[in-house]
Design a protein around this ligand. Structure first.
Ligand SMILES: [Zn+2]
Ligand SMILES: [Zn+2]
Length: 341
C-alpha cells in the first residue's frame, strides 16, 4: 500500500509527521492531492490550548486546494487531474436544521467534517464533493484558492445583515479572519476601522484599505472622530476574548449590531448591561460556520478576483517544517502560512 506524510497534532504544542496509507476513495468519494494547505486561527487555538472540535492525537488542517488524485465509483463531477478548491464539510441534508435550510447548524456537520489537510492527500466524502467542491480557475494560485473555507465563514453573517444600514464598521482583531472581514466590508463600500495590538497587523489593515487602524486603547477616540461620537453601525469581534466580547457593545451606535465572531474558550461567561442592550436596541449576533450558499458566494469572490487577499499569506513552508510555522504563529508573526507537501 502506498504511504504518505500527514501531520498529527498529538497534544497542544506537539506536532508529529507520520507515515500513513494514502486514502482510497469509496463510491462517490474523491482523493485530493494537496497543493496548498493554510494555517488558520482554529488550528492555532488547537495547537496552543486544545480545541473541542479538533480531537487529539489526530490529523489537522482544513483549508486546502489541490488536484483530483483519484475518484471513487460513480463520481462524474470531477476527473483525475482537475484543479480544485473546496471546504472540509457539508451539511447532511436530513437533520431538522438541514430540513429547515439552516445548513450551518446541521447536527452532523461537525462530527462528519474532514480534518487532515496538512498532508500529501486528503479524502473527501461524497456530500462535500457534490455540495462544496469547485474547479479552480487555472490562473488562480493554489494558496489563494485555499482561502475558500475561511472566506465562507466570513461571508456567513452578512447574509442576515441589512447592509444598506451599514456605513461604518469596527473590526476588532486583525488576524486572518478580521482582515477578511475588512476586505469584505470594503468591497461593500463600508468605512472600516480596525483594531489590534500588533503594529504589523495594523499596517496590513491600512494597506488593505482600513480608514483607521489603532491599538485597542485608541478605539474610543477614533470612533468619536469618525462617527461624530455616535458609534459604528457594526462591530465584528474577531478575538475570542471575554473582555473584548464585553467591550464590543460600547463601540456600536444605538440600534447597531455586534457580530461575535471569535469563539472563546469553552465555559467562558460574559456580562452585559441590560439597559444598554434594551434601550439602545442592540443586536448581538453569534456566527458559526457556513452554508453551501456562503461557500458559493466565497467561491464567486475568489474566482472572480473581487478582493485582493494575497497579503494574508505570509509565507510558504514544506510540510516537514510545520512545527516551525506554528511557532511563528504563536509568537504573533505572520497572518497565514501556506504548507506544501
Ligand atoms: Zn479555518
Ligand atoms: Zn443536517
Amino acid at each position: 500500500m502506498k504511504s504518505m506524510k500527514q501531520a498529527f497534532l498529538l497534544k497542544p504544542g506537539l506536532i508529529e509527521i507520520r507515515d500513513v496509507p494514502v486514502p482510497e476513495p469509496s463510491e462517490g468519494e474523491v482523493v485530493i492531492k494537496i497543493r496548498a494547505a493554510l494555517t488558520c486561527g482554529t488550528d492555532l487555538k488547537a495547537y496552543e490550548r486544545g480545541h473541542s472540535l479538533i480531537p487529539m492525537p489526530g490529523p489537522f488542517g482544513h483549508e486546502f486546494s489541490g488536484t483530483v488524485h483519484k475518484t471513487g465509483k460513480g463520481v462524474k463531477k470531477f476527473k483525475e487531474g482537475d484543479e480544485i478548491m473546496g471546504v472540509h464539510s457539508a451539511p447532511c441534508l436530513q437533520c431538522m436544521y438541514c430540513r429547515r435550510g439552516i445548513y450551518n447548524l446541521c447536527e452532523n456537520i461537525m462530527n462528519q467534517k474532514t480534518l487532515g489537510a496538512f498532508a500529501e492527500f486528503i479524502l473527501l466524502p461524497g456530500k462535500v464533493m457534490i455540495q462544496n467542491l469547485f474547479l479552480k480557475p487555472t490562473q488562480l494560485s493554489f494558496e489563494i484558492a485555499a482561502l475558500l473555507e475561511p472566506l465562507s465563514c466570513v461571508v456567513h453573517p452578512y447574509r442576515t445583515l441589512y447592509m444598506d444600514n451599514i456605513k461604518t464598521a469596527l473590526v476588532i482583531g486583525a488576524g486572518p479572519i478580521g482582515l477578511m472581514h475588512l476586505a469584505y466590508l470594503k468591497m461593500k463600500g463600508v468605512t472600516v476601522i480596525v483594531s489590534d495590538f500588533f503594529d504589523e497587523r495594523l499596517d496590513l489593515a491600512v494597506e488593505m484599505g482600513a480608514a483607521g487602524a489603532v491599538v485597542p486603547k485608541a478605539i474610543r477616540n477614533i470612533i468619536e472622530v469618525k462617527t461624530d461620537n455616535a458609534g459604528v453601525d457594526l462591530v465584528i469581534e474577531c478575538t475570542g476574548q471575554q473582555a473584548v466580547w464585553e467591550r464590543s457593545v460600547n463601540y456600536v451606535r444605538r440600534g447597531g449590531t455586534v457580530v461575535l465572531f471569535g469563539g472563546c474558550p469553552a465555559g467562558t461567561v460574559v456580562t452585559y448591561d441590560t439597559a444598554k442592550l434594551h434601550y439602545d436596541e442592540l443586536s448581538l449576533m453569534g456566527s458559526f460556520h457556513f452554508t453551501p450558499a456562503d461557500v458559493k458566494e466565497a467561491f464567486g469572490i475568489i474566482a472572480g478576483n473581487k478582493m485582493d487577499l494575497s497579503m494574508l499569506i505570509s509565507g510558504e513552508y514544506a510540510l516537514d517544517d510545520i512545527a516551525k510555522v506554528f511557532t511563528l504563529l504563536k509568537e504573533g508573526q505572520g497572518i497565514k502560512y501556506a504548507v506544501r507537501a
